[in-house]
Ligand binder design. Structure first.
Ligand SMILES: Cc1ncc(COP(=O)(O)O)c(C=O)c1O
Length: 466
């Protein structure tokens, strides 16, 4: 057993620090747990009260290579001793160029690619839209229901969920349009009656059902998308469609493969850029380097962040060189963009994925299967689980009050997450209805650690659904 519980969680030091936090820190930034941590390594965190917990959240899908791996810490330390900041806009440094090169070689497309580095996911999204508008000389941007793209004004405008991401912050940016997402469990086009909606009574065919779900075209949803473009915007006015190949905050919903193909074709036919937001799904999270590697399509641009820096704040827009070069010199940038220490971290992250012939990705795929099988087994055992989905280790369960009505059970989901951290496993929830538990384990987690954490989650489901 790797979890060590020494006090109630939260312990007295965490409780006292939380009181201080309330006094000194704005209330806006939320906490999914009331825990303050002291240090972290691998798949574990140690709180200020000496409890050792398993981290199944990875700082919201960031420490994919694990907490504080030796290679990453060394790269950061070495770079910090040489140059912490000179601003790429004033004095250039090799790390920025090398990291851009790495990203360009890693993303799909057999054409010339270029990258732009910045500081956060939201900033990457902002810049992707600026670049797309500059290239196409068009204004409209299409995003999807349940999407999450960040908290700055354009990113927030593209984000779908109102509470608490958007409430009170209007007006939002203009020329942002929203299309229905092919949410197969809660199909927006046919109220759950189409062939792609999973059966409620799970059977031994569940696995096959799930495979065919991923292959689906979701024609009714795609027709709605095309109708929306043609009737409300005019395809010739659309600069870009931005989509997460697997919705992150939206509850780990993969875009079905057939639908993605149609979307790519529609964009190509109409001179619209397809931007894949892989900020959460990138860097091994789905068992491959990027979620797009599960699809037979090539996007025009991609946005990357989170796993890219292994915990250091760095993000990127990357893709077609002709598109990336549309803004004039000075048109995009920022004081801290592509900070040298963060670039060194990004290069170390790539090294870790490349080492031992890509063993980390192999491991990621393996743990993905273990999680998926466990979730499927639970779905057959516990009625409160209405749906299980995801790609690789990016897996989620949706909790419902009743499998027939599919009424979301946010309260139960919260209870499960609370039981988990009180018993040594940090998890986070997701979904527009707050009823999804998503796993974002550090990909270096061992099978034993994974099973230990999953056992706690199962006990939490039993406890909460009693
Ligand atoms: C898909 C996606 N896009 C954009 C963002 C925003 O990234 P950041 O929080 O670094 O601004 C996130 C963050 O969760 C995300 O998951």
């Amino acid at each position: 057993m790797s979890i060590e519980i020494k006090t109630q969680i939260p312990g007295p030091k965490s409780i006292s620090l939380m009181e201080e936090r309330k006094k000194h820190v704005a209330r806006g930034p939320f906490h999914t747990t009331p825990i303050f941590i002291e240090k972290a390594h691998g798949a574990h965190v140690w709180d200020v009260d000496g409890n050792k917990l398993l981290d199944f959240a990875s700082g919201i899908g960031v420490v994919n290579v694990g907490h504080t791996p030796k290679e990453l810490v060394e790269a950061i330390t070495e770079q910090a001793g040489k140059n912490i900041h000179s601003s790429i806009n004033v004095l250039a440094y090799e790390g920025y160029v090398r990291l851009s090169e790495k990203i360009n070689n890693a993303i799909p497309g057999d054409f010339h690619k270029k990258s732009f580095l910045c500081n956060s996911g939201a900033e990457a999204v902002e810049n992707a839209i600026k670049i797309a508008r500059s290239f196409t000389k068009r204004q409209a941007v299409i995003a999807f229901d349940h999407a999450y793209h960040g908290r700055t004004y354009m990113a927030m405008s593209l984000t779908s969920k109102v509470n608490f991401y958007k409430h009170g912050f209007a007006p939002f940016n203009s020329e942002v349009y929203r299309a229905p997402f092919p949410y197969q469990y809660r199909c927006p086009s046919c109220s759950g009656s189409c062939e792609n909606t999973p059966s409620i009574n799970q059977s031994s065919d569940t696995k096959n059902d799930l495979n065919s779900r991923f292959e689906a075209k979701c024609e009714p949803c795609f027709s709605q998308f095309a109708h929306m473009v043609n009737s409300q915007i005019g395809a010739q006015n659309v600069a870009a469609v931005i989509v997460e190949p697997v919705l992150g905050e939206g509850g780990f919903l993969p875009v079905p493969k057939g639908y993605m193909k149609e979307l790519r074709k529609f964009c190509t036919d109409n001179g619209i850029l397809l931007i894949l937001d892989e900020i959460q799904s990138g860097f091994g999270r789905t068992g491959k380097m990027f979620a797009v590697d599960h699809y037979d399509i090539v996007p025009d641009l991609m946005t990357l962040a989170k796993g890219l820096g292994g915990g250091m704040p760095i993000a990127a827009v990357a893709g077609r060189a002709d598109v990336m070069d549309a803004p004039p010199e000075g048109g995009i940038g920022g004081t801290y963009c592509g900070n040298p220490v963060a670039c060194a971290a990004g290069l170390a992250v790539f090294d870790m994925f490349e080492k031992d012939n890509g063993k980390l990705l192999e491991h990621s795929e393996k743990i993905g299967k273990l999680i998926h099988d466990k979730f499927l087994f639970w779905m057959e055992t516990y009625n409160c689980i209405g749906d299980v989905r995801g790609i690789g280790p990016m897996q989620a369960m949706e909790f419902v009050k009743d499998r027939n009505t599919k009424e979301p059970d946010k309260e139960l989901t919260g209870k499960i997450a609370k039981y988990c951290y009180e018993n040594g496993v940090v998890t986070i929830t997701a979904g527009t209805f707050g009823n999804v538990m998503r796993l974002l384990v550090p990909l270096v987690i061992t099978e034993e650690e994974l099973m230990e954490g999953l056992n706690v989650i199962e006990k939490a489901i039993q406890f909460a659904s009693k």
